[in-house]
Design a protein around this ligand. Sequence first.
Ligand SMILES: O=C(O)c1cc(=O)[nH]c(=O)n1[C@@H]1O[C@H](COP(=O)(O)O)[C@@H](O)[C@H]1O
Length: 239
Amino acid sequence: MKPVFIALDFVDADTALEFLEPFKDVKPLAVKVGMELFYREGAGIIKDLRDQNIDVFLDLKLHDIPHTVQQAAKRIGQLDVQFTTVHSLGGSEMIKAARRGLDEGAKQAGVAAPQLLAVTQLTSTSEEQLHDEELVPVSMAESVSHLAKMASQSGADGVISSALENNLIHQAVSDGFKCINPGIRLPSNSVDDQKRVVTPTKAFELNSSGIVVGRSITKSDDPVQTYKDIYNAVNGGIK
Ligand SMILES: O=C(O)c1cc(=O)[nH]c(=O)n1[C@@H]1O[C@H](COP(=O)(O)O)[C@@H](O)[C@H]1O
């Protein structure tokens, strides 16, 4: 099963849970809680979702010195979430520290440790920005596959990248390493702030291990049907 994570980019728990009401008989269901919702609601929203048996990807994109990241990751590891993120640009020592923190926290809480995903280059970053603002001299594809290799050697279970880079990443890492892809748009949607976008079908043609979809579902006229259509295009099986 390749997950389709719905990005719950909502202002508060009431709005997020109200949005999820019509999904109560939809299985499987996986959601992403990001900074907007978590900074407002903290661990309470994670508990509400886990109590409904929903898989949770807690996306806080940790990026700090290794000790700070390890301690923060320990707290995340205690929350019984299934996936979480760090920025790969924090470096190999930071990613290893995150891995240690997640494992320690999960062990203390008696839950399974979350899978660790390292963000390579954000899907809102263009090739021009990479060169002009970050002064990175190599191409986007080279930068992303290099960061993915480093993340895989540092204990990450996968990366967050645009699907456009999946095939290069798969060549650089061992089997089983996940490429989870945001920057997903249906052909009729506007691109908004994203730069490196693909459709859900294209993402899976490009060997995606899972996708993150926000506004294409949350702003759709019929979010449940849009979720089912996207999920079925990839996996089939939801009525
Ligand atoms: O880590 C992420 O999930 C992420 C990384 C990235 O490079 N690009 C990206 O868009 N995201 C997240 O994926 C979601 C995309 O939302 P939409 O653009 O509305 O589909 C947001 O919650 C972003 O925070």
